[in-house]
Design a protein around this ligand. Structure first.
Ligand SMILES: CC(C)(COP(=O)(O)OP(=O)(O)OC[C@H]1O[C@@H](n2cnc3c(N)ncnc32)[C@H](O)[C@@H]1OP(=O)(O)O)[C@@H](O)C(=O)NCCC(=O)NCCS
Length: 166
């Protein structure tokens, strides 16, 4: 298994991985909408490949913290093909996503997801660090992963970008 940034040639396979993992098109559509937006960071859209086939995908994109409209990275969606789950691929994608974000000297990563899965990677409830979940998102599923450049003054409400709101 290899992890690398996506290329244009991966786009159809990334759609398929998201559709199969989630059993619907919502997350695949979200990935395409993020990619088409100014919040997309090409080097932070990562694929996991096995013998050149894409079997997993994750991306980070910019959302904001209000007040101040401070741009911060949000992780997700994360998807692994059902046939390849429970082999550590999802974990490897999250660990590489955190490493690559750390390398950009970003202060933190936000995520909306299941704490039972993400706590093992150092994510914790965001409101414990003064960051409120976006309007309409259940706070118990909204988490933050502070990085080396974490700044506790970065507080307020997370505000999703346009692609997440459709
Ligand atoms: C969540 C997902 C990415 C995990 O990928 P994976 O390659 O199977 O993950 P790993 O093999 O690295 O880790 C498996 C571990 O995750 C746990 N896990 C998997 N899905 C989980 C979930 N939805 N909630 C809690 N724990 C979960 C398993 O129990 C397992 O833990 P264990 O090793 O202690 O038994 C994958 O199951 C998936 O694509 N699911 C559907 C889409 C989804 O829910 N994405 C996440 C929300 S954005």
């Amino acid at each position: 298994m290899r992890i690398r940034p996506e290329t244009e040639a991966d786009r159809a396979e990334i759609r398929k991985v998201n559709e199969e993992a989630f059993g619907r098109a919502v997350e695949a559509d979200l990935v395409d909408a993020i990619r088409a937006s100014d919040r997309f960071v090409p080097e932070l859209s990562l694929v996991a490949t096995v013998e050149e086939d894409v079997v997993g995908h994750v991306l980070l994109s910019y959302v904001e913290i209000e007040p101040g409209a401070h741009p911060v990275l949000q992780l997700g969606p994360l998807a692994v093909l059902p046939s390849h789950q429970r082999r550590g691929i999802g974990s490897a994608l999250v660990i590489e996503a955190v490493r690559a974000t750390e390398a950009r000297a970003e202060p933190l990563i936000l995520i909306e997801g299941n704490p039972r899965y993400y706590e093992r990677f150092g994510f914790r409830r965001s409101d414990e660090s003064g960051i409120e979940a976006p309007v309409g998102v259940d706070q118990q599923y909204f988490m933050v992963r502070p990085l080396t450049a974490y700044d506790p003054a970065l507080r307020g409400r997370a505000v999703y970008s346009e692609p997440f709101l459709n």
